[in-house]
Design a protein around this ligand. Structure first.
Ligand code: NAP
Ligand code: G3H
Length: 481
C-alpha cells in the first residue's frame, strides 16, 4: 500500500498500513522559507500511540528470531529504495526544514550509505566466551557464554535538522540487531521521515517491525517515553528535552545526543586562512542549525585582529536568501528560534561586543552576525545559539581558552587550529568533550566514527559501530560442567 500524497495529509504507518488519526486531527507543517503549508501529519491520540507500541512489541520476538543476514538484506534494499526516492525525499526535506535542494538530497544519499554500512557492520556483532578459572575459587569447568541480545522495542526520537539521517542512524542499528522500532519524528521534518519509512516498507519491512507515531512531542512525548513496552530510547535533540526524557524514562537504557557550544581554539601559529575558512563553514552552514556547529571562537590576542579580518572576508562572500534560491544563509526553522538569536545579539551589543559583520533581520531570515570582543558576562558566550551568529572571544593564552571551555555546560566537540601537533595534543588532553578536531571544523562523521557528547551534550555513544553496540545487551549463559 502506498503512502497517500493527496490533500497534503501524510498518514502514519501502523502495521504496514498508512492511517489517518481517528480524530482526524492533524498538525500543519509550514515551510521556513515562506510560511506556506507543506503538508499535515496526524496528531495521534494516546490510544493510537499505545496501539502502535503494543503491536511493535508483539512482533519483536519473531523479528529477533529472524536470521541476521535477512535483516541485513532488508537494510540493503532500504538503502536502494531510498536512493530511488532521493529526489522526492530531498525535495521534502528542502520544503519542510529549509535546506537547499542539493544539501537535502545529499542528506538522503548520506543516509543510504549509512544504512549500507550498518547492514554490513551489524553482521559482525558477536558475544564472548569466558573461562571461570581466572577468579579465585572458580575453575575451568565453569564457563560463561556471553550472548548479545536486543533490548526489545526501541523508541527512536529524531530532531528537525536531519529529519532523515538522524532518524535512520537510530532505526538501522535497532533493526539489524533484532529490535523493533517505534519511530517518533520531529514534527517539523515528519513528512520527510514518513517518506523515508515508505522506502523501508517498499524494501519489505515485515508488518509491525516499525511503527510511526506522529504528533507534537509536548503532547504525546511523555506518554510514549514512559510506555511500559518501550525497552530502550535513542534520542537526538535539545538538551532540555533530553534531560526531561532521561528523568521520565527511569530504568531503561537511554542514549542522548544533545546540544553543544563547540569552540574553535586558534593558536598563534595557526594557518589563519585555513582557520577562518573552517570556522565560517563550521559555524554557518545550514545557518548554524547543527549541534556540531562552531558556536564560539577563542583566539589568542596576538593573532586576533588578523583572524577577525579573515573571518569577516569569508562571511562577506556568503549569500543570504531562501533555500529555494540556494543561498548560503537561509531562514531559520521558525520565528521563535530567530527571536532567540536576535536576543543574544542584542544582549551582547548592549554589553559591549563589537559588531564585525551585521546580518539582516527579516522575520525568521537572519544574515550572519559576527561579534568580536565577546566577554563572559554575555549570554552568547555560553548559550547555544543554534543560528547564524558567531561570537569571538579573545584570550591571552591556551590556559584561558581551556578554562573557558571547561566552565561551559556542554561537551560535544572542539576544534584546535595550530601547526604544532604537540600543542593540539596537549590541549585536547585537557578538554572535556566527546571529540577534538585538529585543524578542521567540528562535525559528525565519517558516520562510522564514534560520535558523542559529554556533560550536557549527551549520554552514550553513536556512530555506526557504537550505535549497534547500544542496541544490544549482554545475556549470560553459565555452564557448570
Ligand atoms: P527538540 O525540540 O528537543 O526536539 C527533538 C525531538 O524531541 C522532536 O522529535 C520533538 O518532537 C521531540 N520531543 C519534544 N518534547 C518531547 C517529549 N516531552 N518527549 C519526547 N519527545 C519530545 O530539538 P530540535 O529543535 O528538533 O533540535 C534542536 C536541538 O537539537 C539543538 O539543541 C541541537 O543542538 C540538538 N541537536 C543535537 C544533535 C546531536 O547529535 N548532538 C543533533 C541534532 C540536533 P516535536 O518536534 O514534535 O516537538
Ligand atoms: O546537528 C547535529 C548533527 O549530528 C550534526 O551533523 O556535523 O554532519 O552536520 P553534521
Amino acid at each position: 500500500m502506498e503512502l497517500k500524497r493527496s490533500q497534503k495529509i501524510y498518514p502514519y504507518l501502523f502495521n504496514n498500513e498508512w492511517k489517518e488519526s481517528d480524530s482526524g486531527e492533524t498538525v500543519q507543517i509550514k515551510s521556513p522559507d515562506d510560511g506556506q503549508v507543506v503538508g499535515e501529519v496526524p496528531a495521534m491520540s494516546q490510544e493510537e500511540v499505545d496501539r502502535a507500541v503494543q503491536s511493535t512489541s508483539v512482533v519483536q520476538e519473531n523479528w529477533e528470531a529472524s536470521e541476521g543476514h535477512e535483516r541485513s538484506e532488508l537494510l540493503h534494499r532500504w538503502a536502494d529504495e531510498l536512493e530511488k526516492m532521493a529526489d522526492e525525499i530531498g525535495q521534502m526535506i528542502h520544503l519542510e526544514v529549509g535546506k537547499t535542494p542539493s544539501s537535502a538530497k545529499g542528506e538522503v544519499k548520506r543516509t543510504a550509505q549509512l544504512i549500507r554500512h550498518t547492514a554490513e557492520e551489524g553482521l559482525r556483532t558477536h558475544g564472548s566466551f569466558i573461562q571461570g578459572d581466572a577468579f579465585p575459587g572458580a575453575s575451568k569447568s565453569t564457563k560463561a557464554m556471553v550472548q548479545k541480545v536486543p533490548h526489545g522495542v526501541v523508541l527512536a526520537i529524531s530532531p528537525f535538522n536531519y529529519p532523515v539521517n538522524l532518524a535512520a542512524s537510530k532505526i538501522a542499528p535497532a533493526l539489524i540487531t533484532g529490535n523493533t522500532v517505534v519511530f517518533k519524528p520531529a514534527t517539523q521534518g515528519a513528512i520527510s521521515g514518513l517518506l523515508m519509512v515508505e522506502a523501508l516498507v517498499k524494501a519489505g519491512l515485515p508488518k509491525g517491525v516499525l511503527n510511526v507515531v506522529t504528533g507534537r512531542g509536548s503532547i504525546i512525548g511523555d506518554y510514549v517515553v514512559t510506555h511500559p513496552k518501550v525497552d530502550m530510547i535513542t534520542f537526538t535533540g535539545g538538551t532540555s528535552t533530553g534531560q526531561h526524557i532521561a528523568k521520565k524514562a527511569s530504568m531503561i537504557p537511554v542514549v542522548l545526543e544533545l546540544g553543544g557550544k563547540d569552540p574553535a581554539i586558534v593558536l598563534e601559529d595557526a594557518d589563519l586562512d585555513k582557520a577562518a575558512k573552517e570556522i565560517v563553514g563550521g559555524a554557518l552552514s545550514y545557518s548554524g542549525q547543527r549541534c556540531t556547529a562552531i558556536k564560539r571562537v577563542m583566539v589568542m590576542d596576538k593573532v586576533a585582529d588578523e583572524l577577525v579580518a579573515k573571518i569577516k572576508a569569508n562571511v562577506a562572500e556568503l549569500t543570504v536568501g531562501t533555500s529555494d534560491q540556494n543561498a548560503n544563509i537561509t531562514p531559520m526553522i521558525d520565528q521563535k528560534s530567530a527571536d532567540f538569536v536576535v536576543s543574544l545579539i542584542e544582549d551582547a551589543k548592549k554589553k559591549g561586543a563589537t559588531v564585525v559583520s551585521e546580518g539582516i533581520q527579516e522575520e525568521n531570515l537572519l544574515g550572519a552576525t559576527v561579534l568580536d570582543h565577546v566577554t563572559e558576562d554575555m549570554d552568547v558566550a555560553w548559550k547555544e545559539q543554534f543560528g547564524p551568529v558567531l561570537p569571538i572571544m579573545r584570550v591571552e593564552n591556551e590556559l584561558e581558552a581551556i578554562g573557558l571551555e571547561k566552565r561551559n555546560e556542554y561537551g560535544l566537540q572542539a576544534s584546535i587550529f595550530t601547526k604544532r601537533i604537540e600543542n593540539a595534543f596537549a590541549i585536547a588532553d585537557k578538554l572535556n568533550v566527546g571529540t577534538v578536531q585538529v585543524n578542521g571544523k567540528t562535525s559528525r562523521g565519517p558516520d562510522h566514527f564514534p560520535f558523542l557528547g559529554v556533560k550536557n551534550s549527551g549520554q552514550g555513544v553513536q556512530g555506526i559501530g557504537r550505535s549497534i553496540d547500544s542496541m544490544l545487551r549482554d545475556k549470560v549463559l553459565v555452564l557448570n560442567l
